[in-house]
Write a protein that binds this ligand. Structure first.
Ligand code: KG4
Ligand code: ZN
Length: 335
C-alpha cells in the first residue's frame, strides 16, 4: 500500500490531503480564500501570499489527522501546473522540501489530470473515457486513454464556463464565485424568459464560445429595472442556455471520438461547474452514456484529487526530479 501527502495551490484554494492506494482519504484540509470576494475575482499576488501564510499549518493538521509521520509517506505530490505561478511555486517548493528532507519521491501533478482522474478514487471507471472539464480556468473535452495519455477534442475559444458564470454573476451584482449563487437564484426563475445566444450550436466539432452571452446580459441589466425576479429569470435562462450548449457539444465529442476509432461508454464531468445540480440533471436526462460526476466537494479544487493522481502516477513509477519547474501553462494532450 502507498500513501501520499498532496498539496493544491494553483488558484484560490489552499488544500492538503493524505490519500492511500486503498482509496482511503486519511485527511483533507481545505481553506477557500475569501480575500478575493471584494475584488470580484482572484488576485494572484494576494492568492500566493495567503497560500504562504496557511500551507504549513494545513500540512501539520493533515499529518496529525492521518496519524502519520513524514517518514511513513511513500511520496509527496503537488499541483505543479497549470495555474497561477505564485501559488504553484509555493505548493511545489513546500512539497519538494518535504520530499528532499524525507528522501521520498516528488510527483508533479497536472491540475487538469487530477480533475480527470479523481473519479477513479470513487468508481471503477476504466480507460478510455470521455472527460468534460468545466472549471474557472478551463473548459475542454478530453479522451483519457491512460495515466499521462490524453487527447484533447475541443476547448473554449474565449471564456471558460466558470468564467462565464462568474462574469454574469458580477453583472448581476452577485459576489465571487458566482456559480453557486446563480444556481441558487435560478431555482426561483423562469428559464424560458430570455433567449441567450447558443454560440457554436449545430457547428461541427466540440469547441465552445461563451463570450457573446455577456453582451446580452449587459444589455438586459441596462434595460430592465432588475427586480429580484428579473435577476432570478436571467440566472435560470442562462443555465438553460448553457445546458443546451453542453448537450449539443457532447454529441459532437462522441462523434469525434468515434472518428478516432475510440468507442466511448463512460463519460466523466468534472471541475467546479460540474457541482451545478441543474446541469447535472440535464446531462443525465439527455445523454445515453454511463455518466460519472465526482461529489461536489471533489469537483471544485481540492487536494484529494492531487493525491489520487499522485497515487496513480506512483503506481506506474512516474516521478519527477526536484528540478521540476512549475508550469503556469501545461497542456494535457494535444488536439
Ligand atoms: O475547479 P474550480 O474550483 O477552480 C478552477 O480550477 O478553476 O472551479 C471554480 C469555478 C468558478 O468559476 C465557480 O463559479 C464555478 O467553478 N462553480 C460553479 C458552481 N460551483 C462552483 N458554477 C456553477 N454552479 C455551481 N454550483
Ligand atoms: Zn480546478
Amino acid at each position: 500500500m502507498k500513501t501520499i501527502l498532496a498539496v493544491e495551490t494553483s488558484c484560490d484554494e489552499t488544500a492538503v490531503a493524505v490519500v492511500n492506494s486503498n482509496k482511503q482519504v486519511l485527511a483533507h484540509e481545505i481553506l477557500s480564500q475569501t480575500e478575493h470576494k471584494k475584488h470580484g475575482g482572484v488576485i494572484p499576488e494576494i492568492a500566493s501570499r495567503v497560500h504562504m501564510e496557511h500551507l504549513g499549518n494545513l500540512i501539520r493538521n493533515a499529518m496529525e489527522k492521518s496519524n502519520l509521520k513524514f517518514c511513513d509517506l511513500d511520496a509527496t505530490a503537488a499541483t505543479s501546473g497549470p495555474g497561477l505561478i505564485g501559488g504553484l511555486i509555493v505548493g511545489t517548493m513546500m512539497t519538494k522540501a518535504i520530499a528532499h528532507v524525507t528522501q521520498k519521491p516528488f510527483i508533479a501533478v497536472n491540475h487538469l489530470e487530477a480533475h480527470a482522474l479523481v473519479i477513479r478514487l470513487l468508481y471503477e471507471v476504466k480507460f478510455p473515457f470521455l472527460v468534460l472539464l468545466i472549471s474557472g480556468g478551463h473548459c475542454q473535452f478530453l479522451i483519457a486513454q491512460n495515466i499521462g495519455k490524453y487527447i484533447k477534442l475541443g476547448e473554449t475559444l474565449d471564456d471558460s464556463l466558470g468564467e462565464a458564470f462568474d462574469k454574469v454573476a458580477r453583472m448581476l451584482g452577485l459576489s465571487y464565485p458566482g456559480g453557486p449563487l446563480i444556481e441558487k437564484l435560478a431555482k426561483r426563475g423562469n428559464g424560458t424568459r430570455f433567449k441567450f445566444p447558443r454560440a457554436m450550436k449545430k457547428r461541427p466539432g466540440c469547441n465552445f464560445s461563451f463570450s457573446g452571452i455577456k453582451t446580452v446580459v449587459k444589455n438586459l441589466v441596462r434595460e430592465l429595472k432588475m427586480s429580484e425576479q428579473d435577476v432570478c429569470d436571467i440566472c435560470a435562462s442562462f443555465q438553460e442556455c448553457i445546458s443546451e450548449i453542453l448537450l449539443d457539444r457532447v454529441k459532437n465529442a462522441v462523434i469525434m471520438a468515434e472518428s478516432l476509432n475510440i468507442k466511448i461508454n463512460n463519460f466523466v464531468i468534472t471541475g467546479g461547474v460540474a457541482a451545478n445540480n441543474f446541469l447535472r440533471r440535464k446531462l443525465k436526462e439527455h445523454i445515453n452514456l454511463n455518466i460519472f460526476f465526482p461529489p461536489s466537494n471533489l469537483c471544485t479544487d481540492n487536494a484529494v484529487m492531487v493525491g489520487w493522481a499522485g497515487i496513480e502516477m506512483l503506481q506506474k513509477n512516474y516521478m519527477n526530479s526536484l528540478n521540476f519547474a512549475p508550469r503556469p501553462r501545461w497542456e494535457l494532450g494535444s488536439c
